[in-house]
Ligand binder design. Sequence first.
Ligand code: ADE
Length: 342
Amino acid sequence: MSERVVSGVQQEGDSQVDYTLRPKSLKDYIGQYKIVENLKISIAAAKQRSEPLDHTLLYGPPGLGKTTLSTILANEMESPIKITSGPAIERAGDMVSILTRLRKGEILFIDEIHRLNRTVEEILYSAMEDFVVSWMIDKGLKARSMNLPIQPFTLIGATTRYGMVSSPLRDRFGSVFRLNFYDNKSMEMIVKRSATITNIESEIEGIIEIAKRSRGTPRIANRLLRRVRDYAQVKANNKISKIVAQEALTKLEVDEIGLDNNDRLLLMSIIEKFKGGPVGIDTIATSISEEAETIEDVYEPYLIQMGFLERTKKGRLVTERAYVHLDITPPKKNTTDQATLF
Ligand code: ADE
């Protein structure tokens, strides 16, 4: 799974490239226009009041730029940023230590914030609300809590699972933004920008081909661009044309809309083993030997966005559109669940 070329999850080899290609300011940031507009206003307002930015929760599928946006916010606010993640903060004491060391106006970025454990998370509540950390000292009968004031700061939380962020935590964010898959035009601009920065010779048709197959996800686009560049270097005098991009990506088994063998396997197993669904996520997970969480976070968002899969109360259902894309005849209309869909 980690080797999937079309996975939005960060892989070995991505991080250095992601870092150099990452836009550093909002003016270089392409796409997510509504979020960017809202953020510009929040930044201007916070600066005018000389206050830290509101606590902000960013959610959406992996690879869409949650960390990138956070580092941009820090740059725009001219604030330092500390980057950590939910699973990395194991004990309440670790969280207290992070919070009490923050400088005035600093941004604390917590990736995968839905994976904070309960006791660690509870420390955040008063820190976010009143810039105070409550800390128990002593044990047993002598136990008492001490309130430590901390510097005003901004928490930016990122998650692929909005539903798994507890409501007390969710309620303490002043702004909540959902990042969506990027549209085609934005993806083309992002691939073009990356090709220019890394001095890759390309024709616009080649750029468009890479953009089309990148599932609306910049991290995937940058990865595919690298793979196509390798192919062009070995097979085509270093130049990315439409044909070169098509050949390279077909060899990687990424089809013209960005589906790979794993997506096809998922759809085909629902079609062949469960008559197209509805079927529960755990049953699907077992049938393709994949974790349910990975299916929900990584495979499904794009398949749902493309209209290939539906989540219903009874389980997952493959749509007629998916049958057409896979070149399979959809089942005949009858009185079963399928009939209500097609
Ligand atoms: N590289 C990755 N994401 C980007 C974005 N949203 N805008 C510009 N370049 C990017």
